[in-house]
Design a protein around this ligand. Structure first.
Ligand SMILES: NC(=O)C1=CN([C@@H]2O[C@H](COP(=O)(O)OP(=O)(O)OC[C@H]3O[C@@H](n4cnc5c(N)ncnc54)[C@H](OP(=O)(O)O)[C@@H]3O)[C@@H](O)[C@H]2O)C=CC1
Ligand SMILES: O=C(O)C1=NCCCC1
Length: 343
């Protein structure tokens, strides 16, 4: 499925209507009601916020990976209260978001009582944007940081073959008098989803995103997808962050490293079967009484030196627009979604 284009005939639907449609798709493809609701809300939120690489474009992938049996849509996450500041979840080969939802109340309770709490999710599939996982904590006055590792497709800086995943990092912090400060970025130069979208649209990529099957730099997304690989963002710096994500999301959680499973031959979409780590901090427990005001002061100073766009500003603009005018989808995309829902 493609991101809405300016040229194709389009239609709009409300957030709730999109959630209901996506929920029907998940229910039709062997997920439990809780899992269907959680994933539908997540995917619709990405589409609403213009995060197209992880919005409805992903639905055929969710369906094929469920149909193939690679991921268990009925999995019931097992939450373990392991220490005063530590929660562990075995996602049981299910998606990561229901595992986070199952652990969320305990995680927040621990973060509020101990000042900091860590959530380690293993045996999970994260196929989505990461900001929906952290943003809600900031709305509750908490600071949250999360990392997820994915499947091997990124060449570490200085190496000649792929090893890391696109390994995103997302951060959220409360801000007085404004939306929370949230960023969410792949540690690769470009997300794998955006390479797929560019390939479908027949677009070239900017230089520095990836290499072809011979390890030569290429701007052709198909050459990256067909035997090539991505590069980390920022050379050795993004590479070091990606390495950190492997350690935190896999080694620390008990999940797989990105390279520890072979996704090439399985019949569904490439969902990762890896791990996720979240760190949640109650800033009220630190010296930071007034943390949200300090966040706002930082933003004010950034604006005063000429900054026009904060991370998250574009998403919030898209969100407001979608809330006012509805979510725009190509008619073809809507027809595909309805077909997946059996309508
Ligand atoms: N589940 C998984 O395994 C994976 C998921 N992903 C997801 O892919 C998505 C896309 O990642 P990626 O392509 O790296 O994201 P982008 O490069 O588009 O954006 C990264 C961050 O930078 C902000 N930003 C972008 N441009 C600017 C600018 N000019 N000035 C200020 N801030 C800016 C964005 O805010 P804004 O959103 O407002 O534009 C966002 O918070 C993420 O949601 C990520 O979680 C990626 C890899 C793996
Ligand atoms: O866009 C990406 O990169 C990924 N998204 C979800 C699954 C793993 C990689």
């Amino acid at each position: 499925m493609s991101a809405p284009s300016d040229h194709a005939a389009s239609c709009t639907l409300s957030f709730d209507a999109l959630v209901n449609l996506l929920e029907q798709i998940f229910l039709r493809h062997d997920t439990s009601p809780d899992v269907a609701r959680t994933l539908a809300l997540n995917c619709a939120a990405a589409e609403r916020d213009g995060a197209h690489s992880h919005g409805v474009f992903r639905m055929p992938g969710y369906v094929s990976t469920l149909n193939s049996g690679w991921v268990d849509g009925q999995a019931v996450p097992v939450v373990e209260d392991v220490a005063s500041g530590f929660v562990r979840v075995d996602a049981g080969n299910g998606f990561a978001q229901p595992a986070l939802e199952a652990a969320r109340p305990l995680l927040v309770e621990k973060a509020r009582s101990a000042g900091i709490a860590v959530l380690a999710i293993r045996n999970s599939h994260h196929f989505a944007a990461l900001w929906p996982d952290v943003e809600p904590f900031a709305y509750e006055g908490l600071v949250a940081l999360s990392v997820v590792n994915s499947m091997t497709c990124v060449v570490p800086h200085g190496a000649d073959r792929p090893l890391f995943g696109t390994n995103p990092i997302a951060f959220a912090a409360p801000r007085a008098g404004g939306e929370p400060i949230v960023f969410d970025l792949a540690t690769s130069a470009i997300a794998h989803g955006d390479v797929q979208i560019a390939a479908r649209k027949g677009e070239r990529l900017p230089p520095g995103m990836g290499v072809d099957s011979l390890g030569q730099p290429t701007c052709d997304p198909k050459a990256i997808l067909e035997g090539g690989a991505l590069l980390p963002f920022g050379g050795h710096k993004g590479s070091a962050l990606s390495m950190m994500v492997e350690l935190l999301a896999a080694a620390l959680t008990g999940g797989n490293f990105s390279f520890e499973f072979d996704w090439h031959n399985h019949p569904g979409a490439k969902t990762p079967w890896t791990g996720q780590l979240l760190i949640v901090i109650d800033p009220g427990k630190a010296a930071g009484q007034g943390f949200a005001e300090r966040s706002q002061e930082l933003v004010r100073q950034m604006h005063s030196v000429g900054l026009r766009r904060l991370p998250g500003d574009r998403r919030h603009r898209e969100r407001s627009k979608s809330n006012e005018q509805g979510i725009t989808l190509d008619e073809q995309t809507l027809a595909q979604l309805r077909e997946l829902a059996g309508l």
